[in-house]
Design a protein around this ligand. Structure first.
Ligand code: GLC
Length: 397
């Protein structure tokens, strides 16, 4: 079957309908049978080309469970009978109480580019603005323009070793041991009612590089949307905050030529080499000279990130590196896609093509698996996992 047909077949097979007429796509029928925030954005980006009405429906359903304060939860369970450690007693209307990287404006703009449907942008405009405002106003308790995450799960990279230090965990922590610690953190944050100002005094507090990079890019795209809709104030607000976060990241998180996530009040740098060094390419945070150095020193280095099958999510030199360890080293499609987009925007054509080719090869050889061993190319984790469909967006379909 052609890749395009295979991708559409997978997205359709994973589509679910709610009793009140909404639809969404599960990332994997067995392993991930709910709706996830950034996954839905990835689905919408691919569906924008394949089936634009389904792409709109995916975004609409995601916004249905937005909290009154603007936050959009990272998981929506839809089935009211389901309780998970993320939501027991504290999820609102069957959702988790934490968020995930804000990729919605990006996805909405892709839909607009393919359909020209301005009414759709108008329909979701206030929700998106409220979500961004929530992150800017409630996730920056000391007003220093770095947006905080309060659980590693909010980064989408659940057990990344970037978070070992603020989680007070050792490099050999097991997959389930880590999961248990993250659930305990949700419970602890419940006690402070998820009030970031208070919770961050005692618990996990990270200004994460990919999360902030993704927010900057999405604020810039949202400013385009606002401009198109004649929403001057929202446009100015979004551009202003994109710039402020960018400046703060450069001031506080840039050292030795790369960006590092920071923790606590003083943004103490978490010096673990992960693909987070490449994420700022997606938001244009490096100067062209800096980007060139990052590509030469880190992207091309086989001893750290560059594996025969794609870019490792954690450098091979890190003591925490585990080639089969979920977010502790394996290749994942979303980082591949973000890095591809970043490289392309800086004009690193050859490198971008390599990202596309390695991604394509992983899908072709292994099918739609969740993550891959950088040393052997073998696929692991969830099956019928949707992120592999992103490869279509890397081929300028
Ligand atoms: C895993 C991933 C996370 C994703 C979720 C659903 O938890 O780490 O990024 O959103 O699965 O696919």
């Amino acid at each position: 079957m052609e890749l395009r047909e295979a991708a559409l077949a997978l997205l359709r097979a994973n589509r679910r309908h709610t009793l009140d007429g909404h639809q969404y796509t599960v990332p994997s029928p067995r392993t991930y049978p709910y709706q996830w925030l950034w996954d839905s954005c990835f689905h919408a980006i691919v569906l924008a080309e394949l089936e634009p009405e389904a792409a709109k429906a995916e975004i609409r359903s995601l916004l249905m469970r937005q909290f009154d304060d603007g936050m959009i939860p990272h998981m929506v369970f839809w089935n009211p009978l389901i309780t998970r450690p993320y939501n027991i007693g504290w999820g609102k209307k069957g959702t988790s109480s934490i968020t995930q990287p804000p990729m919605i404006a990006y996805a909405a703009w892709e839909i607009y580019k393919k359909t020209g449907d301005e009414a759709f942008l108008r329909e979701i405009f206030e929700s998106l603005h409220a979500f961004h405002k929530h992150l800017i106003e409630h996730r920056d308790p000391r007003d220093n323009h770095l947006i905080s995450i309060i659980n590693p799960d909010e980064s989408g990279e659940d057990n990344s070793p970037r978070f070992d230090e603020p989680m007070k965990l050792k490099e050999n922590i097991s997959f389930f041991g880590h999961m248990y610690e993250r659930w305990k953190l949700v419970a602890a944050n419940r006690v402070c009612n998820f009030d970031v100002e208070i919770c961050t005094r005692n618990h996990f507090w990270v200004k994460d590089v990919p999360f902030n990079s993704i927010l900057i890019k999405n604020l810039e795209i949202f400013a385009h949307i606002a401009s198109l809709l004649g929403e001057k104030e929202a446009e100015t607000y979004s551009l202003l905050h994109a710039r402020l976060i960018k400046e703060a990241m450069r001031e506080h998180l840039l050292e030795d030529g790369v960006f590092w996530s920071g923790t606590g009040e003083d943004h103490e740098l978490l010096k673990v080499d992960t693909w987070a060094h490449f994420a700022p390419l997606f938001a244009g945070l490096y100067t062209p000279e800096e980007a060139k150095a990052v590509v030469e020193k880190h992207f091309h280095n086989p001893d750290t990130f560059h594996s025969p099958f794609g870019i490792r999510t954690v450098s091979k030199q890190e003591p925490s590196y585990r080639p089969k360890g979920f977010w502790r080293g394996p290749i994942w499609f979303a980082p591949q896609w973000f890095i591809y987009k970043g490289l392309k925007s800086y004009g690193f054509q050859e490198e971008a093509e390599w990202m596309r080719d390695t991604t394509l090869a992983l899908v072709t050889r292994n099918g739609f698996r969740e993550y891959f061993n950088p040393e052997t190319g073998r696929g692991y984790g969830a099956k019928k996992f949707t992120w592999g469909t992103l490869v279509l967006d890397m081929m300028d379909i």
